[in-house]
Design a binder for this molecule. Structure first.
Ligand SMILES: CC(C)(COP(=O)(O)OP(=O)(O)OC[C@H]1O[C@@H](n2cnc3c(N)ncnc32)[C@H](O)[C@@H]1OP(=O)(O)O)[C@@H](O)C(=O)NCCC(=O)NCCS
Length: 164
């Protein structure tokens, strides 16, 4: 495939099964999501579409912000590109489009927890202490069964400040 033979578009319900397949292909780096969760949040998914198939996806969720309704953070999650399509700029294009969609909401920052911090740093994110993302920890990590504590989990927290 040539570098530009794909487009990034909003997902529709017809993409849910493919999105689930792409996420499940990365059990070491991504948390599995029930198909019902994907369907219920399909309006927060983008997909990379080639002539033949969907080869990548990304989604986001708004994190709770108790007592500071003007300062929410948004988490980028479920980012994956099929192995045959990596290294073509598709992951970058997915995250850039997600950022432009999220910007419309005017959050304080966009965050991610990732094993690929360098990928996000190339897009302007910087590494931050997990302690600065307690809303994420309460919203998601508290139910994680993989590690004893979010603070011993090897995923790196990154954030993109978009107030400027
Ligand atoms: C991370 C992932 C989405 C990157 O997708 P991709 O389409 O191969 O990435 P791109 O081709 O857009 O790469 C953009 C840049 O990031 C770099 N990059 C890509 N993957 C990287 C990684 N895992 N670590 C560090 N840098 C990476 C590329 O070299 C490229 O750099 P350049 O602009 O200087 O050439 C893909 O490897 C993947 O699906 N991994 C498994 C799931 C995962 O780890 N998701 C992220 C968890 S939040």
């Amino acid at each position: 495939m040539k570098k530009d033979d794909y487009k990034i578009r909003a997902a529709g319900f017809e993409d849910a099964v493919d999105i689930s397949r792409i996420i499940r292909a990365n059990p070491e780096t991504l948390l599995a999501r029930p198909i019902g969760d994907i369907v219920q949040n399909i309006d927060r998914f983008l997909v990379a579409q080639t002539a033949k198939s969907i080869c990548g996806t990304v989604s986001w969720q708004i994190l709770p912000e108790i007592g500071a309704p003007h300062n929410p953070s948004v988490e980028i999650k479920s980012l994956a590109v099929d192995t045959d399509f990596r290294g073509l700029g598709i992951g970058k294009a997915l995250v850039e489009k997600a950022i432009s969609q999220i910007r419309l909401l005017h959050p304080v920052q966009i965050i991610a927890l990732t094993f690929a911090p360098e990928f996000f740093e190339k897009l302007g994110f910087r590494q931050v202490a997990k302690e600065s993302l307690m809303h994420k920890i309460y919203a998601g990590c508290v139910n994680c069964t993989r590690y004893d504590s979010p603070f011993t989990c090897p995923e790196i927290a990154v954030a993109l400040d978009i107030r400027a």
